[in-house]
Design a protein around this ligand. Structure first.
Ligand SMILES: [Zn+2]
Length: 182
């Protein structure tokens, strides 16, 4: 019953750490990845300090911008962040938030959810750019990237519950910008 015990310990610690927010996600990820208290504590307390590998002055964001709904300055792709210029601290913070979201959902889950949110946003808002800003991963990053202390106080998975694709906090502002650009 070693696995069962580990799942239970994972759940207890994760629920304590996330203030009971994450029962389902905790159960699923726990069932797959839990390996005792140490691993769980490690994931909760140490992984939040992990940083991606930063690659600056690359052509890749330029090429990707041809197929993206926005002009990409920097992009987080798994464990690397690639930027077309030198990154500001705010951009580094933004992309590191995405890197932590990757860790939340084990990379593949992040991409599936990112794409899903964009498609839902496209149906709701009928505008690719507004849909991009409505992706929950982007909402967390845009709302918090100017706070350079954010990553040390960030709650894992909170972005999935705190933001809605339908009503991003800055919706009025992006719609107004679209009007200004029209
Ligand atoms: Zn972003």
């Amino acid at each position: 019953m070693r696995m069962g015990n580990n799942v239970t310990s994972y759940l207890i610690i994760l629920c304590w750490y996330e203030r009971k927010r994450l029962l389902i996600i905790g159960y699923v990820t726990g069932a797959i990845f839990a390996d005792g208290y140490f691993t769980v504590l490690y994931r909760c307390l140490v992984m939040k300090n992990w940083k991606p590998i930063m690659i600056e002055n690359s052509r890749i964001p330029v090429w990707l911008s041809y197929i993206a709904p926005i002009k990409i300055g920097a992009i987080a792709l798994g464990i690397v962040v690639i930027s077309r210029d030198t990154m500001t601290e705010q951009t580094r913070n933004h992309e590191t938030i995405h890197f932590q979201q990757y860790l939340d959902l084990f990379f593949v889950g992040f991409w599936l959810l990112y794409l899903w949110d964009w498609l839902v946003g496209l149906v709701i808002h009928r505008n690719g750019r507004v849909a991009y800003y409505s992706i929950r991963a982007e909402q967390e990053a845009y709302m918090n990237d100017s706070n350079l202390e954010y990553l040390s106080e960030r709650k894992r998975y909170a972005w999935l519950f705190d933001y809605k694709v339908k009503t991003p906090p800055y919706l009025d502002q992006i719609l107004k910008e679209d009007d200004d650009n029209a």
